[in-house]
Design a protein. Structure first.
Length: 64
C-alpha cells in the first residue's frame, strides 16, 4: 500500500499565500501544488521521480 510521507514544512507566509492562490487557480490543494512544484523543480535538474502506484480502492475482488 502506497502512503504519502507526512512532515512539517515551515514556509514564509507570503510564499504560502502565493502557493494557495496558484493552487486555487489550478483547482488543486496547496499540498498537491507543492508536490507538483517540487516535481517540476527536480525534473528541471534532471531528476525524474516516478509517480507511486496508488492503492486499490473499493472492495477487494473475490478470489475463485
Amino acid at each position: 500500500m502506497s502512503r504519502k510521507k507526512a512532515f512539517a514544512l515551515r514556509l514564509d507566509p507570503a510564499v504560502h499565500a502565493a502557493i494557495e492562490r496558484l493552487a486555487a487557480a489550478e483547482l488543486r490543494s496547496a499540498n498537491a501544488q507543492i508536490e507538483m512544484l517540487l516535481r517540476e523543480a527536480l525534473n528541471q535538474r534532471g531528476i525524474t521521480v516516478p509517480i507511486s502506484k496508488l492503492p486499490a480502492r473499493g472492495r477487494p475482488r473475490k478470489e475463485p
